[in-house]
Every structure is written in structure tokens, then in C-alpha cells.
Design a protein around this ligand. Structure first.
Ligand code: GTP
Ligand code: SPV
Ligand code: MN
Length: 591
């Protein structure tokens, strides 16, 4: 008797023809063995999968150099495969499921010849959480097997749980020959399946992350009445020891990881980390929102990370534990064999190997702008004791934000849930190196979910509105922007640990202990002068005003662009969104 899982693994093996099949158990011993294999094995461009870094200063740390064409998520090659194009919406590339499977089968025929096929059993979410998902990923590269062990709860126990059930999320992954012309990341929500070929990069290859915990999970969340979001989860402790839990969505490479473990510049405040990228949120029996982080590790942006900007991540990276730490596409100090990236230290090391492994030439990038580290969340010194609570933490405020050089104030509070959902739906952000394509161009990125929503976003906005109407008193929705610049393109806000000042205002507003500190503008409540705690920070008066400025002219232009964005969704867009949009437009237009 074979189980559905065994049959599926057997079917994939018949198609891909690996020379060996290896079922992972997630043990420490196994991770070491996989790393050892990777130290010897070459990938397609003649580089080993892993290089050992300085064993004294970075114990158990390894460098991986990816294929040179495979350094970021490829949104243009990412598809949602449902029978109806309408169901995927204008926010997704669409392919008919049968056609997609034929295409992938053609590419996958014999693609694991001479390789080992790893079978990875894992859970997203604490296994006792009502939202936990049992998953199995197949892959043909040790880098992904080791990464998945860091990023998820991987164990044989999952296999026992799945048993003879059909109920597990399937992931098929092969790097193939890394040919960008045969690279696809395809999602089949109706089959509980993700199938990715031709890429070994994070979001394209660690299928538990964006593919399953956001695209597939958001689809399931709509059917089952919960939310899968591109959000961090943190507890903000105030000097009285009260902890307020917050969920915050910012687009890729826009400050989530940093905010998730920020070291407060205001004395007496402390951030507790629960998640840095993904939140699964449901309504609890008491009518409040409860959030868990389905992941078990950080896949974080390296450039810009330093003891100055994010000391807790530097500590996390140095906290040697039994989990290996991986560095992907960073530079290496040629004298010390330590990892290095732009922003880590000043001055730079003189002799380096760049992210391609070539001798670094001054004036060129040393690390890739989207170089990353993969590290266990258990090593984070600010990890919240609530991290392992399967019920999650009660959320008192939801934050949306992104990189905006103009228009958006440092912090703002939405009038109510519906207005907050509308403002989230039309939010824009400047693009980053986390996805291929141009960097720094403004695009609408609703709730930071544009690349990750596994269904038509018009329905997604409707789902958000419905979630709000199910709660007697939904959390307040806020907007943040750390990235306003001056006429020379320089950030006017110091950011990082200083962001606590905005968070302090937010938690006071969320608990209604600061009713006086806000003034009404057409777009929402912004802090009154002197109501954001600037103790110990000298900011010129004009800069302060600029940080909180709401310019009607800019907002009119903003709403013109937003209107075009919303119009793409046609009649499928909930009427409530349009009604609220027209209210907002009227308010902004009034002199
Ligand atoms: P993903 O993992 O791609 O989802 O990104 P993320 O949102 O977690 O981004 P992350 O926190 O890693 O930040 C990306 C970049 O933004 C890094 O280079 C940071 O140094 C920089 N950054 C983070 N917070 C701030 C801030 O408050 N101010 C400024 N100026 N830069 C920041
Ligand atoms: C992002 O791009 O938002 C990430 C990195 O968090 S990846 O997992 O590659 O998507
Ligand atoms: Mn992300």
C-alpha cells in the first residue's frame, strides 16, 4: 500500500530521474552532511554550492554564490494557474493549469539526472496552531535543502502527521540548468501545489516562503476566513512594561527585518520579535485579530545591515548555534575570509572577492544589492517568548508603508477600518533590488502584497473589508514612511532605532491614551507638533514640518494615479472601495 505522499514522490522521481532519493529528517547531523556535500559539489557555473567562511569569527557559516542570472525574485516568470484568468486578476500572470503542467513537465523530464532528489517534510506555523500547514518540498540542490531547514520547522514528525492523508502542500523544485528561458514559478491553488523550475533564488526556490505562506495561503485564507500577509509581527514594550502587538506590511527590502528587531533609541522601550516577513492572522474567539509567524528563520537583506543600523541582526548572525548560517552573494574579505557587504563597515576592507568571486575593483559593488543571509530565528536576542505560542499574539495596530521620497508623512492614522483598507489598497512604493527590474520606480503595491496575492486583488480588498466587519472593534490602521528625501535625494529621517518615536505615537493612539496628539487632515490624522517624542534628537524645524507635511496638490496627483490602478479591476472591485475612494478624493480637493 502506498500513501498519496509516497505516490507523489514516486511520480516526480519517474519524471525527473534522479540518481538517488533522500528523505530529510531535519536533524543537525543531516544539515552538516548536506553542507559537507555542498562544499565539494560544483553547481552549473563551476563553483561549489558552499564555501566555508572564517571558522573562528563566523562558526558554522557558509557562502553560496548563485548563478549570475539568478539573484532576485522574477515576478515576470511567476504564474498563478487557475481555470479562469479573472480569478487570478490583473495582479498575476496567468496560465491555464493544464497548459502550465505540460510546459513544466517538458522542462522537468530527466532534469535531476545524476543528482540527488531531496524530499523535505516541514510545517509552516507552529504544529499546534489552528492555521499550521503540513508541507513537503522536493528539491535537487543542497542549498535549498539546508535553507529550508533554517527557514521552516522540518522534521520526520510531519510525515507521521500526513500519514495516508492527501492533505499536504506540495512543492516541486528543480534548478534545472538555471536557464532563464526555462525558469517558471507556477502556483496551482486548487491542487495545493507549487512547481518551480530554473531558479535557486530565495522567493523562487524556498517554496515554504512566498509561494506557499503567501500565494497559496492567501487563497486558503480567503476561503477559510483568515489573512496571509507580507507583514512583520512585533511586541512594543513601553517603560511601564506593557506590550502592544503590531503587524506591519512594507514591500520587499523596505525595512521589515530592521523594524522587527529594532533597538529603541528611546530609553525604556523594547521591541520583541515574532516575525520579520510573513504573518498569518485570524479572528480569535474574543473578536480580536491573532497573528502567528509561520516561518522559523530570517532570509534578510545583507546590504545596509551593521552594528549601527541593526545591532540585533548582527548579534543573531554571530550567535553560533547548531543551525548553519548561509550568506548568499555577499562579498568576502580576502584577508580574513569573513563576509562583507556595503554598509557593514567604514572604511571597507581593501582586498575583497566580489559576489561573483572575482577580485573586487574599487568603484564597483562588492556584494550584490540583493545579497542575503539565511539564519535561524532561534538565534535572535529579541525573540519574543510568545513566538512559540500556537494561538499567536493579539494585534492592536496594523501598519502599512513603503519607500516614498515624497507625499507620505512619517506617520499617519487612518480614520477607520474601511478608509485604512482603501489607503492600503492604493498605496504606492518605490521598487527595490528584491525583484528583477528597475529600482526606484513608483508602483502601486497594495498592502505590500502585489507580488504575493494568490488571487484577484479586487476580491482581496473585499476579503479585508469582510474581516473588518466581523470584528466588533477592529485594530486601528496606520501608515509609516521612513524614506522621505530632500532635494539632494538624502533621507531626511534618521530611521532605524529612531523609528521607535513613530511607534510610540502609534501605540499611544492605538490604546487611546493620546487623544490630543493628532490633527485631522484630508488623508487621516497626523501628529500635532510636539506630539511625537523627539527627546534627544535634534531635527531642524523645517525638516520636522516636511516630515509631517500633507500637500493637497501632491495628493491630487497621487489619487489620479491610484484611480487608474483601481480601474484595472473593473466591475469586480467592491463598491465600498470606490465609494470610499470618492470620499477621499472629495476631501483632498476641498480647499
Ligand atoms: P524583504 O526581506 O525583501 O521582504 O525586505 P524587508 O522589508 O525585511 O527589508 P529590510 O529590513 O531588510 O531592509 C532593506 C533595506 O532597507 C536595508 O538596506 C536596510 O538597511 C534599509 N532600511 C531599513 N530600515 C531603514 C530605515 O529606517 N531608514 C533607512 N534609510 N533605511 C532603512
Ligand atoms: C521579498 O522579496 O519580499 C523577500 C525575499 O522577503 S524572497 O523570499 O526572496 O521573496
Ligand atoms: Mn519579503
Amino acid at each position: 500500500m502506498t500513501t498519496p505522499l509516497e505516490k507523489w514522490v514516486d511520480d516526480v522521481a519517474r519524471m525527473t530521474k534522479p540518481s538517488a532519493i533522500y528523505w530529510c529528517d531535519g536533524s543537525e547531523e543531516e544539515a552538516h552532511r548536506l553542507v559537507e556535500t555542498g562544499l565539494k559539489k560544483e553547481n552549473v557555473e563551476g563553483q561549489p554550492v558552499f564555501y566555508a567562511l572564517n571558522r573562528q569569527s563566523y562558526p558554522n557559516a557558509y557562502l553560496h554564490r548563485s548563478h549570475s542570472t539568478d539573484v532576485a525574485r522574477t515576478e515576470n516568470l511567476t504564474f498563478l494557474c487557475l481555470p479562469e484568468k479573472e480569478a487570478a486578476g490583473p495582479n498575476n500572470n496567468w496560465m491555464e493549469p493544464g497548459k502550465a503542467k505540460n510546459l513544466l513537465q517538458g522542462i522537468s523530464e530527466g532534469c535531476m539526472k545524476g543528482k540527488t532528489m531531496y524530499v523535505l517534510p516541514y510545517t509552516m506555523g507552529h504544529p499546534d496552531s489552528p492555521l499550521a500547514k503540513a508541507c513537503v518540498q522536493i528539491t535537487d540542490i543542497s542549498y535549498v535543502a539546508v535553507s529550508m531547514r533554517i527557514m521552516t520547522r522540518m522534521s520526520r514528525e510531519v510525515l507521521r502527521k500526513i500519514g495516508s492523508s492527501e492533505n499536504f502542500v506540495r512543492g516541486i523544485h528543480s534548478v534545472g540548468d538555471f536557464d532563464p528561458n526555462k525558469r517558471f514559478i507556477m502556483h496551482f491553488p486548487e491542487d495545493n501545489l507549487v512547481w518551480s523550475v530554473g531558479s535557486g533564488y530565495g522567493g523562487n526556490a524556498l517554496l515554504g516562503k512566498k509561494c506557499i505562506s503567501l500565494r497559496i495561503a492567501s487563497w486558503q485564507g480567503r476561503e477559510e476566513g483568515w489573512l496571509a500577509e507580507h507583514m512583520i509581527i512585533i511586541g512594543v514594550e513601553d517603560p511601564q512594561g506593557r506590550i502592544t502587538y503590531i503587524a506591519a506590511a512594507l514591500p520587499s527590502a523596505s525595512g521589515k527585518t530592521n523594524l522587527a528587531m529594532m533597538e529603541s533609541a528611546l530609553p525604556g522601550y523594547k521591541i520583541w520579535t515574532i516575525g520579520d516577513d510573513i504573518a498569518w492572522i485570524r479572528i480569535g474567539a474574543d473578536g480580536r485579530l491573532y497573528a502567528i509567524n509561520p516561518e522559523y528563520g530570517f532570509f534578510g537583506v545583507a546590504p545596509g545591515t551593521s552594528f549601527k543600523t541593526n545591532p540585533n541582526m548582527m548579534r543573531t548572525l554571530r550567535a553560533n548555534s547548531f543551525y548553519p548560517t548561509l550568506y548568499t552573494n555577499v562579498a568576502v574579505n580576502a584577508d580574513t575570509n569573513e563576509p562583507w557587504w556595503e554598509g557593514m563597515s567604514d572604511p571597507k576592507p581593501e582586498k575583497m572577492f566580489d559576489w561573483r568571486g572575482k577580485t573586487w575593483q574599487p568603484g564597483t559593488p562588492a556584494a550584490h544589492p540583493n545579497s542575503r543571509f539565511t539564519v535561524s530565528i532561534t538565534q535572535c536576542p529579541t525573540l519574543s517568548p510568545e513566538y512559540e505560542n500556537p494561538q499567536g499574539v493579539p494585534i492592536s495596530a496594523i501598519l502599512f508603508g513603503g519607500r516614498r521620497s515624497r507625499v507620505m508623512p512619517l506617520v499617519m492614522e487612518s480614520f477607520n477600518w474601511t478608509r485604512g483598507v482603501l489607503m492600503g489598497a492604493i498605496m504606492g512604493a518605490e521598487t527595490t533590488a528584491a525583484a528583477t527590474g528597475k529600482v526606484g520606480v513608483l508602483r502601486r503595491d497594495p498592502m505590500a502584497m502585489l507580488p504575493f496575492c494568490g488571487y484577484n486583488m479586487a476580491d482581496y480588498f473585499g476579503h479585508w473589508l469582510r474581516m473588518g466587519s466581523k470584528m466588533p472593534s477592529p485594530p486601528k490602521i496606520f501608515f509609516i514612511n521612513w524614506f522621505r528625501t530632500d532635494e539632494n535625494g538624502k533621507f531626511i529621517w534618521p530611521g532605524f532605532g529612531e523609528n521607535i518615536r513613530a511607534l510610540k505615537w502609534i501605540i499611544e493612539r492605538a490604546s487611546r491614551s493620546n487623544q490630543e496628539g493628532a490633527q485631522e487632515t484630508p488623508i487621516g490624522f497626523v501628529p500635532k507638533e510636539n506630539s511625537v517624542d523627539m527627546t534627544g534628537l535634534t531635527i531642524p524645524k523645517e525638516t520636522y514640518q516636511e516630515l509631517f507635511a500633507v500637500n493637497r496638490g501632491e495628493w491630487q496627483a497621487e489619487l489620479e494615479d491610484a484611480q487608474n490602478f483601481l480601474a484595472q479591476f473593473g466591475a469586480r472591485m467592491p463598491k465600498q472601495i470606490w465609494d470610499e475612494f470618492h470620499n477621499l478624493k472629495k476631501a483632498v480637493a476641498q480647499p
